[in-house]
Design a protein around this ligand. Sequence first.
Ligand code: FAD
Length: 552
Amino acid sequence: MAEDADVIVVGGGLAGLVAATELTDAGRTAILVDQEGEQSLGGQAFWSLGGLFLVDSPEQRRLGIRDSHDLAWQDWLGAADFDSDDDHWPRQWAEAYVAFAAGEKRAWLRAMGLRFFPVVGWAERGDGDAMGHGNSVPRFHVTWGAGPGVVEPFARRARAAVARGLLTFRFRHRVDALTLTHGAVDGVSGSILAPNAAARGKSSNREIVGEFALRAQAVIVASGGIGGNAELVRKNWPERLGDPPRRMVCGVPDHVDGRMIAISQRAGARLIHPDRMWHYVEGLQNWDPIWPNHGIRILPGPSSMWFDATGERLPAPLYPGYDTLGTLAHIMRTGYDYSWFVLTQSIIRKEFALSGSEQNPDLTGRSWAMTARRAIGKSAPAPVEAFKRRGADFVVRDNLEELVAGMNALAGDPLLEAAHLRRQIEARDRQFDNPFAKDMQILGIHNARKYFGDRLARVAGPHRILDPRHGPLIAVRLNILTRKTLGGLETDLDARVFGEDREIIPGLYAVGEVAGFGGGGMHGYRALEGTFLGGCLFSGRNAGRAAAAAVA
Ligand SMILES: Cc1cc2nc3c(=O)[nH]c(=O)nc-3n(C[C@H](O)[C@H](O)[C@H](O)COP(=O)(O)OP(=O)(O)OC[C@H]3O[C@@H](n4cnc5c(N)ncnc54)[C@H](O)[C@@H]3O)c2cc1C
């Protein structure tokens, strides 16, 4: 039977777009199939903040950060904690990816017009051990233009390939099966879904209006993770993170449904590390939701005090922005699936960033004037102030007793005692009487402020939380927010998928989140952040180039 194209790519998120454009740049023909409409091209990456992990970049060097490949690899190994036979390929992917992030990545992106915000962020500050989890130095490079700025060059290249007749889009085509001939994957089949007029990110209908089948020499699966499917998240939830949360907010659009994982398994693909995942502990219910149960993550600076649902301060080093999964495991051991930040207006003004391109109109709109406003006045950026005013998880009061009463009312359970919180906050506040201290969080704040980027834009000047000059007091209820899938389909470095028999399945490739961002889980157990978009770029590129050579 004749082929419809050289290669079929399933999924028009970042990983699929990169793979498709690498194929067509090499002169191959491709069909890009996506269950969503054209308005959603770019998938999750569009909504992302556009933060990318780069190592020893000019942006870092200009800020006095001395980074190196060896330091990044040490950090990666500490975060990943690779510990099983199934980590053979993930570890090789990790090694290749860190080399990419320390090497060609930035120049490759810049050649396509991508630019970075000059202040490098410090995400996942870690567990306090040089050989453990976390970034030793700031490495989170935010794309000028945020997520849409990352998607832009690839969407542009894809549209140019359509114009050249090398690429065909098939939107509202949902793949339900991979087809095989003599053990080789050579096509896809599925349902044609009714047209959808809903805006990007909104739920689209699943009404089936037809069927389709397409044939090619190879298929690249780029269908994303499971973060939009609470049932799958709970089913795969690992024991080491406690019981699955009863209540979670959702950090990704509906289309991140994980269906293609089981579909690929039915074609023989091997799934590894399904219980490795990356969910956040600082989720807010979006007062202005786009997708169902839409949650927004706070990317916090280090100064807020963090309490569990009963009012006990979280232990060292579980501070804001330090150790996402360590904190998640701790919270789930408390028997409650939420926790609290207590902070001041001075802290929220400087230290709350919200993840999501729509929450950062200054960066997304590439407006220097708007971005500069972050540094002046008493107010936080407008989207943060809007959450403070309208968000269901915020309590704002002038004194601690009223704040705690508001927190208890919000929780619907009088678990918190104002006197107990006061004792802990006053003890913390006394640590600011000297430029030195014993409280690890205060030491962390002093340390962060030695980095110019943090002092300028991310870490409030040291002050007492109960100092009314820095008020009002703010409490934020933090929900568990689902996001990323760290395990996935096992692949070699060309992104060729292994079968259950540990042999390569001819014709089948997997990239991006469905492949655990490379190999089946290049992050291991934990991530250093900015590595997800990067993993899509790297794995999409590898697969596109390898498949282009294979079908030549
Ligand atoms: C709000 C937000 C902020 C983020 N911020 C960052 C950040 O700053 N830095 C970072 O590194 N990462 C970030 N991420 C994570 C990152 O954006 C995603 O992990 C990444 O974009 C996933 O890309 P993907 O191509 O693998 O999958 P997706 O973007 O999920 O795309 C998969 C596509 O496949 C389609 N599809 C799925 N199944 C089928 C099927 N059966 N048939 C046809 N089509 C199908 C879907 O419709 C979708 O279009 C963020 C994510 C979000 C949501």
